[in-house]
Write a protein that binds this ligand. Structure first.
Ligand code: TXA
Ligand code: MG
Length: 328
């Protein structure tokens, strides 16, 4: 059952977290499925409920960067970035403090920790009230679309649903940028709303993980963020039986047997942003994919999205979602 984020419900959720129970909660990126990151038992429940492989570590959520310093070592670079961009849609991978006390299964045995201070007021209140670090992946079954609104969360776990706090539609809509600060050069492991244009003025050159080295963010390379319905990317037309996800001007997109995509049944197409606004597109991405996934179409044709700014992150998610089933 979904609860409104009243003081009382947030207090109850905080108590559940302290008692090693799971709580789903809103963040500005996507909804999270949280557990006390100090408790192996609590964290084990996340992996079990999501069907998540145990080698894929979790992000630890804290309400302030003061609290982050209890678990991670923040060098000058990390402090600069944290000061400028936390709270916000940015996760930092940092050296783990020897005395962190974090559950080994939250870290998948690594000696680094991914840590984030979310900006959503409900997430913030919950983290303050809980007083413990909260390990939280996105609140979806492993490999599936991340939920960006409360009803999408409510549909995920059916009978096994944990205590769930509602908090409106996520404003960012795609998962946080993951920035690895454990090496010589800062490296983006996962693209998100915070891009190089914001990072480089703060800490100098930032590189993108290119996928050729050992996987630093496991779970980043395979089929992920996926619909049940296959995706066909960079579509310039719509074939019979397909649904269509547009971006910007879709007036010229033809639809087999119908004429134009815009004349298709309204349940068969969406436009991420008719104005071509990438922030709007990111915010709508998972909700629209989810709706088209339920339309009964044989495939979802997706119009191309420029690979600049937030478009980099959107294309990253679409590419992973388009990896055919069985090739994960
Ligand atoms: O926006 C978000 O980050 C959301 C909300 C709920 O905060 N969370 C989220 O978590 O996207 P999840 O579990 O779906 O993705 C976590 C990613 C995984 O790709 C994992 O491999 C990576 O973070 N990760 C975790 N710890 C890591 C570490 N020590 N080094 C490298 N990557 C790490
Ligand atoms: Mg996820």
């Amino acid at each position: 059952m979904l609860r409104q984020p009243t003081k009382q419900n947030i207090a109850q959720a905080a108590t559940l977290l302290q008692n090693s129970e799971l709580v789903a909660f809103p963040t500005e990126t996507v909804y999270g499925l949280g557990a006390n990151a100090l408790s192996e038992d609590a964290v084990a429940k996340i992996y079990a409920l999501k069907g998540r492989p145990s080698y894929n570590p979790l992000i630890v959520h804290v309400p302030s960067w003061n609290m982050a310093m209890r678990y991670a070592v923040l060098d000058a670079r990390a402090r600069t970035v944290a000061h400028a961009l936390w709270p916000g849609p940015l996760t930092l991978v940092l050296p783990l403090r020897a005395d962190s006390g974090l559950a080994a299964n939250a870290l998948a045995g690594l000696d680094t920790v991914a840590i984030r201070v979310p900006a959503h007021p409900v997430a913030h209140e919950l983290l303050v009230a809980a007083g413990v670090p909260v390990a939280a992946p996105s609140a979806n079954l492993s490999g599936r679309l991340s939920p960006t609104n409360a009803t999408h969360v409510a549909r995920q776990f059916e009978d096994a649903a944990p205590f769930m706090l509602a908090g409106g539609a996520a404003k960012v809509g795609i998962e946080s940028t993951i920035l690895d600060l454990t090496g010589h050069l800062p490296k983006i492991l996962r693209a998100g709303a915070i891009g190089v244009d914001e990072l480089e003025p703060l800490i100098g050159a930032v590189e993108f993980a290119d996928g050729t080295e050992a996987i630093k963010a496991p779970g980043q390379l395979k089929r992920h963020y996926a619909t049940n319905t296959p995706l066909r990317l960079n579509a310039v037309d719509v074939k019979a039986g397909e649904a269509f996800l547009g971006f910007g001007n879709m007036n010229f997109i033809g639809a087999e047997n119908i004429g134009f995509a815009r004349d298709m049944d309204t349940k068969l197409w969406r436009n991420l942003s008719p104005e071509g606004d990438l922030h709007m597109a990111a915010m709508n991405l998972y909700a629209y994919l989810d709706e088209l996934d339920q339309s009964g179409a044989t495939a979802i044709a997706v119009q191309s999205i420029p690979p600049v700014g937030l478009g980099i992150a959107i294309n990253d998610r679409l590419k992973r979602a388009a990896v055919p089933k069985g090739e994960e």
